[in-house]
Design a binder for this molecule. Structure first.
Ligand SMILES: Cc1ncc(C[n+]2csc(CCOP(=O)(O)OP(=O)(O)O)c2C)c(N)n1
Ligand SMILES: [Mg+2]
Length: 326
């Protein structure tokens, strides 16, 4: 068992994890009701990765992510109401309603608006880390990616320069066993596609139980300390599982029942951590239920608000877009 944090931290981490779980659940139903435009890639099941990695970051540290960003954004501190408004295309959304589900973020809290290109956030994260290094501050960048991204050219080009220049960035590879509907077994010779290939870039790596928030947080603490001390990058490969389909139109027929049962029913990160904090006497179950109810209320209110929040004017469609038109 990992070293147990203070009660305040344990409860703070659980609050974040539960918020992510309920936010995604709320969106799931709203999407089924046909309330929202676009598609949705949900992070349910991967809450421990987001919270364990980001809980101890400062506002001026950065987080970069791609097409499955909600958990990362919430963990970095993006406002729930602004995220919900973004889902409804409202101008009150965190990206003015122009981004949608795959582009949420808020630079004021160090959450780079997400990048829908698989592997697209990696070179940007390296660039931000280079900027921090050149400014001689000790800010770090946590960059999320999926197992699928580790076969992209941008991954290997980024790792090459990050290893060579010892840039202060921590890569958190959420290995959820699938890139869309393709199993990792069909995509990699390596058992651990991120960690096993890290050595050739001179970057230390760890394989971590991505459904254990304390294990993730401990690995993140080690990696963040290295980066702040000028010792360079770390690659953390977090073994996890998404509970739902790749996106909202994926019924997941390609996943074996026993595998789903193992990960979803027996290793649910939110339920497991709930059990752990109760066993450690962090809080009584009645008090915890009250906190959970408060979180559910906050999310329901955000969704109700977002449904009627102001839509952008048509004239704003080309705002913040660079083009060489007339
Ligand atoms: C460069 C690029 N290729 C393909 C896609 C389409 N696409 C979106 S997500 C995805 C799978 C990514 O898998 P992984 O990196 O493991 O992340 P996960 O979805 O499992 O979180 C694909 C192929 C894309 N967005 N960008
Ligand atoms: Mg994946």
């Amino acid at each position: 068992m990992s070293n147990f944090p203070s009660n305040e931290k344990a409860l703070g981490m659980y609050r974040k994890m539960y918020t992510i779980r309920k936010y995604e659940e709320c969106l799931y139903y709203l999407f089924l009701e046909g309330m929202m435009p676009g598609s949705l890639h949900q992070s349910t099941g991967e809450e421990a990765c987001a919270v364990g990695m980001l809980y101890d970051l400062r506002t001026e540290d950065w987080m970069a992510t791609t097409h499955r960003p909600a958990g990362h954004d919430i963990a970095k501190g993006v406002d729930i109401k602004a995220m919900m408004c973004e889902m409804f295309g409202s101008e009150e959304g965190c990206c003015g309603g122009h981004g949608g589900a795959m582009h949420t973020g808020d630079i004021r809290v160090g959450a780079m608006p997400a990048n829908a290109i698989v592997g697209g956030d990696l070179p940007i994260a390296a660039g931000v880390a280079l900027s921090n290094k050149m400014k001689h501050n000790d800010n770090v960048v946590v960059c999320f990616l999926g197992d699928g991204a580790t076969n992209e050219g941008s991954y290997h080009e980024t790792m090459n320069v990050v290893g060579l220049w010892k840039l202060p960035v921590i890569f958190a590879c959420e290995n959820n066993l699938y890139g869309a509907n393709t199993s990792v077994l069909l995509s990699y010779y390596a058992e651990n596609p991120a960690a096993d290939r890290a050595e050739c870039y001179g970057i230390p790596s760890e394989v971590v139980d991505g459904n254990d928030v304390l294990a993730v947080n401990e690995a993140a603490t080690r990696a963040i300390a290295r980066a702040r001390a000028g010792e360079g990058a770390t690659i953390l490969e977090l073994k996890t599982y998404r509970h739902g389909g790749h996106s909202r139109n994926d019924a997941c027929g390609y996943r074996p029942d026993a595998e789903e049962d193992f990960w979803i029913n027996q290793h649910d990160p939110v339920k497991s951590f709930r059990k752990v904090i109760l066993e450690h006497g962090v809080i009584s179950e009645t008090e915890l239920e009250a906190i959970e109810a408060e979180i559910e209320k906050e999310i329901d209110e955000a969704a109700e608000y977002a449904k009627t929040a102001k839509q952008p004017d048509y004239d704003s469609a080309t705002k913040n877009i660079f083009w060489e038109g007339k």
